[in-house]
Design a protein. Structure first.
Length: 205
């Protein structure tokens, strides 16, 4: 039996610390590993908020540029993944706000009340999101448009929970809200989504 030396850290922890140091030194090998581990996950998160492939790809690219430029600010108070997902959410919301201001897309306009609910403008290119498995493309589009009509805090929590499949604890870390607040926001999001969808399908009759 090997005795653990005083002050010795687990190998995985040492490796993570070295990885973080390499990132802060902007080593290409560390950045390549970062992309390998997080590229698909970050893209899916961006896609959850902005269901258009090209825009989601652009946002994901911005996320990694931000990570690269700001890694020296990361203090290690949370997991690196939590910090990266927080940037992903913020970049996605920045994109939505800019598009909403420009009033270029119907589903963005609907957030600010400048378009009719469930606008028919087809901005969506993603109907097979890995986090949403519905019967057909039309229902996926309807769901995403309804989600984008929720108040921002509810939309964030619902998207991370129900589309990205994150736990309350993970969402708490990303949003910096308590688990009880997450539960409350998710409850209200479900209620509001139900109302939005009921109105939509009633108008379809």
């Amino acid at each position: 039996m090997l005795l653990k030396l005083q002050g010795e850290q687990p190998r995985a922890l040492l490796e993570d610390k070295q990885f973080l140091n390499d990132l802060k030194e902007q080593k290409q090998s560390a950045y390549s590993r970062l992309l390998d581990e997080f590229q698909a996950k970050v893209y899916n998160t961006c896609l959850s908020f902005v269901p258009n492939r090209e825009d989601a790809e652009d946002i994901a690219q911005e996320v990694f540029v931000e990570v690269y430029n700001s890694i020296h600010k990361f203090k290690g108070n949370s997991k690196l993944s939590t910090w990266i997902y927080r940037i992903s959410v913020n970049k996605s919301l920045e994109f939505i706000r800019k598009k909403s201001t420009k009033k270029r897309f119907g589903f963005m306009q609907s957030i600010t009340g400048n378009a009719t609910p469930m606008d028919k403008t087809s901005y969506f290119t993603v109907f097979d999101h890995p986090g949403v498995q519905l019967e057909n493309k039309e229902r996926n589009e309807i769901l995403f448009k309804a989600i984008n009509q929720l108040p921002e805090a509810q939309r964030i929590v619902f998207t991370l929970s129900k589309i990205d499949g994150m736990s309350y604890k993970e969402i708490s870390g990303i949003t910096e809200k308590s688990v009880s607040s997450i539960e409350s926001l998710l409850f209200r999001a479900r209620k509001n989504l139900q109302k939005i969808l009921e109105v939509y399908y009633k108008n379809m009759d």
